[in-house]
Ligand binder design. Structure first.
Ligand code: T5A
Length: 222
């Protein structure tokens, strides 16, 4: 466990349903009075609201792959210091939508940057802070892209990449999961929302902190 809190990251290809499952899990934590925050990358700190726009929506900037990589890392460095570490130090559960594995999958698998170099850069950006648990929501990339487009907000820079790019991204996520079975739990995200939620709970419930002393829940585990 990181400090006193619990650091849970959600990873996966586009449209896997991370945001949806984070919302479901938040409701459960709230119900049991477990202190938590929800955050995301890019976009979790004050600075990263701007960074997120530059990285994902400003097509006219013609970002190079190197610039993109450094912006994701800058966002992470700020986010970890400003948001994640303080919450963990207070004993909170941190639910984070994307983190270091996304850099390995997208900038490594997708863009072709050297993996060892990315591992070192992630280490520098995070000061070595690793998730306690990572939930990898895995699904075929065409299904995820259809879901993402189905939200009707148009495609961002990443979603506009070719299908082969997204397939490489998915493969790296699955490779990471195989190499780090203790940390990464793979969920079949092609199922419906309720089924994915049940898979998540089955894997997670025994690792959550006990409920706070609220009426009817004393001494029981969620
Ligand atoms: N990135 C990020 C990098 O390249 N490097 C990095 O280091 C980092 C940190 C972030 C982009 O940045 C890249 C990766 C991404 O391309 P983003 O806008 O934050 O972009 O978006 P994503 O993280 O990709 O998340 P998405 O918004 O695309 O998808 P989610 O959150 O996984 O999916 P969600 O929950 O919004 O669901 C998508 C749609 O599907 C429906 C939902 O209702 C919604 O309409 N849905 C389901 N439908 C059927 N069955 C289910 N089980 C469903 N679950 C959800």
């Amino acid at each position: 466990m990181n400090n006193k809190g619990l650091f849970i990251t959600f990873e996966g290809p586009e449209g896997a349903g991370k945001t949806t499952q984070i919302k479901h899990l938040s409701l459960l934590l709230k119900k049991y009075g477990i202190p938590f925050i929800v955050t995301r990358e890019p976009g979790g700190s004050k600075l990263s609201t701007h960074l997120r726009r530059w990285i994902l929506n400003k097509l006219e900037y013609n970002l190079t792959n190197e610039t993109e990589l450094f912006l994701f890392l800058a966002d992470r460095a700020q986010h970890v210091q400003e948001v994640v570490k303080p919450a963990l130090a207070k004993g909170k559960v941190v639910l984070c939508d994307r983190y270091t594995d996304s850099t390995l999958a997208y900038q490594g698998g997708g863009r072709g940057f050297d993996m060892d170099m990315l591992v070192k850069m992630n280490q520098m950006a995070t000061g070595g802070l690793k998730p306690d648990i990572t939930l990898l929501l895995d699904l075929p990339v065409d299904m995820g892209l259809r879901r993402a487009v189905g939200r009707g907000k148009g495609k961002d820079r990443m979603e506009q990449e070719k299908i082969e790019f997204h397939q490489r991204v998915r493969e790296i996520f699955l490779t990471i999961a195989k190499q780090d079975k203790k940390r990464v739990l793979v969920l079949d995200a092609s199922q419906d929302q309720e089924q994915v939620y049940q898979q998540m709970l089955k894997n997670l419930i025994h690792r959550l902190p006990p409920p706070q002393a609220i009426s009817g829940s004393k001494g029981r585990h969620v």
